[in-house]
Design a protein around this ligand. Sequence first.
Ligand code: FDA
Length: 319
Amino acid sequence: MLRPVLLYLSKAVWARRVVTGWGFARRASSRFVAGESLEAAIGAVQTLGARGLNATLDHLGEQVTTAAEARAAAGDYLVILDRICAAGVRSNASLKLSQLGLGVDTELCRDNLRQIVRKGAECGIFIRIDMEDSATVDRTLDIYRSLAAERLTDVGLVLQAYLFRTEDDLRSLLAEGARIRLCKGAYQEPPTIAFAKKADVDRNYDRLTSMMIAASLQTGSEPSSADGRLPARTALATHDPRRIEFARQEAARLGLPPRALEFQMLYGIRADLQHALGAEGYPVRIYVPYGTEWYPYYIRRLAERPANVWFFLSNLIRG
Ligand code: FDA
């Protein structure tokens, strides 16, 4: 009940205007956001690195509406890649195509992404394309595939277990050698195209996990690179202990070594689990978002867990 309301609010311009005007809301969002500046984010990545955790940096921003904003966002990513390279930190980068102009002009978006992936490749930095709402999936796959056809290989994408179509997408993309991050999915989707019940999403997540593990055994179960920038071929983004346990057992059953199974989690969520998995020898990568455009990202995190909303409201009451 609360989830659809929050996911609606995450896209509502009026709600963004109101909430971002509240100082306490920015403070509350800092639980999930590493800071407003690139330097703050690099500091967070260094702290994670010192604990043996890899990162993927995300410059917050999505749904730009002009070509100038899209070009500026791409320019920001070129700076980020330079900084990751210069700082020598264990991080790659994640981005959203709607931030690079997907909603403005598909060719502009493709060009922006191409520039970023080429720049990343100069320093061995992998680029992960986040997956947004279902209306963007076909275009996201198309742009990814066109870059792959140009032999730009340091790029991969995300698939969402809540979509009915994902099993077919995953099968094709694995056959093409794509590097996939599997997540459950964070947007509001109709029951005609997505599983509505959590139990069904979870079951599909396990099924897709099995497909990824089986495929990685066939094509080579590449672990993450020693510098932490290239993710393992099988990258599972979840904080759900049951999904993680399923993946571990499935990998062990098929003889996949722990270092070939990468677990990914969000900054500020289940740090205990992040460290426990790292200590067991699994590569763990933390998604580290930063920047001033925290509103939609933060509201999606509230939507995932009602307890976060009560925390937010208690801050509101305390002023
Ligand atoms: P689930 O929601 O079942 O949560 C399992 C447990 O995790 C909870 O019981 C709780 O302990 C903890 N937890 C989960 N969310 C929490 C929160 N917000 N606050 C506090 N605790 C929380 N989605 C998408 O649509 N496109 C994308 O590109 C990505 N990319 C992405 C990258 C990475 C690295 C991660 C970890 C996640 C994403 N997601 C995403 C988000 C994903 O789709 C999903 O919404 C969240 O990960 C929550 O789902 P879980 O798998 O954690 O399970």
